[in-house]
Design a binder for this molecule. Structure first.
Ligand code: FAD
Length: 480
């Protein structure tokens, strides 16, 4: 796995590698982005001295893709009051800010890098103890044999971790590649890779494929670095995310329909709610959040497929909104002509002089752009079987895991246990956050991730996990 990004905040050097302590249950958490960090922190808080967490990630812990940005313009898209690491302590993040003299209100959209620093601060406390071991490597394979009381995790630095259970907090995975790109085309395949935004900043003209929140980040960074930049963002519908209002409106209580649910019935119900009071569409969308996962599970597979194919983009721009200040900046960029947004799909891109000649097709018409750079902002690959992570491929090919019915994440039981190829939920392998997105509509934002982390920590610290031999983390010959 290649390093994809660099964070601005560093964990204390006291983060050390230590061996398992006798009598403690060892939980390996693979991935130390927000999901892995929150899982580790919930386990350590709840578990007292009975748990040891081994956190495995080749990248700086606590940040992940979303919070490793160093651009202060990149704001959270969720208000500070909803971003606490602990659901039962909604002021935790605000109090953390206040203790550091940072002026932050409940309704504010804070810089994402500040939130990364917050997550890291939670981890540092434990990393300085012998209860949290950090392994700066990728997990490449997992073995978990029926009847055996441990899982065995191979890491890219040739270390082996033996744990009572493993939690997969792998995030979204790398972006899916774009088709039709000729050799030598100046192209940013992964906008979160180190140096990617600097490439955008060097461009006079760039075409961004994708018009979601990632494209918004790219536009902000590019425009701040180069005031005369011209950006064209293209997607199937040409829709930008909508903006939040400065003050959070109270979500409308929406009741899930009883009995069998169909997508058609839901669309009729939601349309009627919105038609009754069009300006209050945010209240309706936010009001659906508490019931979305329940309703999602009750939809037929065909309806879930239809939603993903036909309604997902519409849902995403209304559900995952921009901070108001970001919305204003984007409007200004559009107003000044520095950012144009259009419907279309990338037909081809090839090297042309020092730049790229890009063909965009919309229906029967095609438009040509000469730009310095093409940027892929289409988001993560939507097929888990296409993952380039050897760990994911191995889990699927060994039958320890199977893809969910939509093929976009892991099949899991309702508590996050991986379901194996025989359809049985694992007692030792679990997942949270984005890898559960086939089973859960709401699983990628902090409020849901922290609830999953809390529930998983409760589950992992009770039950059969932990009845095994003491020596649980060991180095093999040649490992550092
Ligand atoms: C740009 C952006 C902005 C966002 N803004 C917000 C926001 O404001 N509010 C909000 O609630 N949500 C936001 N989100 C949603 C976001 O998905 C979650 O908040 C959260 O960051 C997800 O974290 P994660 O740890 O699951 O995934 P990631 O951040 O992707 O982290 C996964 C980690 O797993 C590691 N990993 C992967 N494979 C392996 C392996 N084999 N071995 C070891 N480690 C591995 C990776 O190195 C990575 O560090 C945003 C998402 C993005 C992309």
């Amino acid at each position: 796995m290649s390093p994809r990004r660099r964070g601005s905040v560093h964990l204390a050097s006291a983060v050390a590698e230590s061996a398992g302590m006798p009598g403690r249950r060892v939980i390996a958490v693979i991935g130390a982005g927000a999901s892995g960090t929150l899982t580790a922190v919930h386990l350590l808080r709840r578990g007292g001295s009975s748990v040891q967490v081994v956190l495995i990630d080749p990248h700086e812990p606590g940040l992940g893709v979303a919070y490793s940005t160093i651009d202060p313009q990149h704001l959270l898209n969720v208000r500070a009051s909803c971003m606490s690491a602990f659901g039962s302590e909604p002021r935790h993040l605000l109090d953390w800010c206040s203790a550091r003299g940072i002026d932050a209100g409940a309704q504010d959209f804070l810089p994402r890098r500040l939130f990364g620093a917050y997550l890291q601060s939670l981890l540092v406390r434990w990393a300085e103890s012998d209860r949290c071991t950090l392994i700066a490597a990728a997990a490449t394979a997992i073995e978990s044999r029926p009847g055996e009381v441990a899982v065995r995790i191979e890491c890219s630095d040739r270390r082996t971790v033996i744990a009572d259970a493993a939690v997969l907090a792998l995030g979204n995975g790398a972006p899916a590649g774009l088709a039709g790109i000729g050799p030598g085309t100046p192209y940013v395949a992964d906008p979160w890779a180190p140096g990617a935004l600097a490439q955008v900043a060097d461009a006079h003209r760039a075409v961004i494929v994708g018009t979601g929140l990632t494209a918004v980040d790219i536009a902000l960074s590019g425009a701040a670095a180069r005031p005369e930049i011209e950006l064209c963002a293209v997607s199937r519908h040409g829709w930008l995310p909508r903006s939040h209002l400065p003050e959070r409106p109270e979500p409308r209580a929406v009741t899930a329909p009883a009995g069998p649910v169909s997508l058609e019935k839901l669309v009729v119900m939601i349309s009627a709610e919105v038609r009754a009071d069009p300006p209050a569409w945010r209240e309706v969308v936010d009001g659906l959040r508490p019931i979305s996962n329940d309703v999602w599970r009750r939809l037929s597979l065909q309806d879930r497929r239809t939603f993903m194919g036909e309604l997902r983009s519409w849902w995403d721009i209304h559900r995952h909104r921009m901070a108001p200040a970001i919305g204003d900046q984007i409007s200004r960029l559009q107003g000044s002509g520095r950012l144009t947004v259009q419907a279309g799909r990338l037909e081809s891109a090839r090297r042309h002089g020092d730049g790229a000649r890009i063909e965009i097709r919309n229906g029967s018409s095609s438009r040509r752009f000469d730009a310095d750079l093409l940027v892929n902002a289409t988001g993560p690959s939507s097929r888990i079987r296409d993952s380039d992570d050897p760990l994911v491929r191995g889990l699927l090919s060994s039958g320890l895991a199977q893809a969910d019915e939509l093929g976009i994440g892991f099949a899991c039981d309702s508590g996050g246990a991986l379901v194996d190829a025989r359809g049985l939920p694992s007692r030792r392998l679990f997942a949270l956050g984005p890898p559960r997105r086939g089973e859960l509509l709401e699983t990628t934002a902090i409020p849901e991730i922290r609830a999953q982390a809390e529930n998983l920590s409760r589950r992992l610290l009770s039950g059969p996990v932990g009845q095994r031999a003491p020596e649980r983390v060991r180095s093999v010959a040649g490992a550092g």
